[in-house]
Design a protein around this ligand. Sequence first.
Ligand code: SF4
Length: 342
Amino acid sequence: MKRHINIPVFIPHKGCPNDCVFCNQKKISGYADVPGIDEIRSIIESYVSTKKPSDSYEIAFFGGSFTGLPPAEQQRYLKLAEDYVGEGLVDGIRLSTRPDYIDEKTLLFLKQFPVKVIELGIQSLDNEVLMRSRRGYTADTALKACRMVKDMGFMLGVQVMIGLPADTLEKSIKTTKMLIAEKPDMARIYPTLVIRGTELAAEYAAGRYRPLTVSEAVSWCEKIIPLFEDAGVKILRIGLQGSDEIREGGEVLAGPVHPAFGELVYSRIWLNRITDEIERVKEAETKNIVIHVPQNSVSAVIGQKRENIGILKERYGFLSVHVKGDLKGDMKERNLLIEFCG
Ligand code: SF4
């Protein structure tokens, strides 16, 4: 099976002039080292040394604002990555940046290198949320950046944060629908976390900001993720490490932290799918059911601590609910067959 692997190279945005309320890069940038070329080379080589011929590798410059770096610095990183692509060891480059750091000149510059994917830290398309989060751009700017990236022939990734100040479920769904209209290829969804040393932490301490609970974040994601997936947008990640713009390892003070957050979301999406199917075909006296799904979905279908099984028994009075992983298909396709056994 072909594996796609990103070789993550984290480039902190030293001297970032922005003030996003959730970000602690300003605090850490005084001592966060920007990796040198030798360090990046050794990161890349540690990955490609174990590469199988069928694997597809991309060098991924994360850190949030790649195109905000001085052009000479961008060129140095891109040139290094380009050499690995030229040698056939790596298939391309991806990078993440802010939507207001995208313009035609920047994209023409990136086009000179084998950059395949540009991920934009959109976060929200609601102007009040953007303003309260001090992102420093409007929804129009973000949408224009999406269009330019696609028009110039790059693949587009979008990063969305849910639960930012002034955010609501309705606003997050609207953001999702507006983004889908721009035909992104992939998305990452991050519930907002309160990281020590950020303005959000001060707001939280003062009682002016309340993060989503785990249960609220799951319930927002269970509505947002299927919208993206049904539109053919690949979900690359659902939380929990905060935005890629937040250096991993930052201390989380509050927010929807759960070690298997993505699994909780997919379990809920499965429960919804199974419930819809039961409602559609259930016969009144059914007491036992067997749920057939692809093997790689069995644990999500059962749910953590068998939660979904318990809910189905309680909701429908089933005596037994068995799950079998004997269908073909990908986890995201959610192939499903339910046997009602009397
Ligand atoms: S999230 Fe990115 S753009 Fe915003 S302050 Fe942090 S590093 Fe700067």
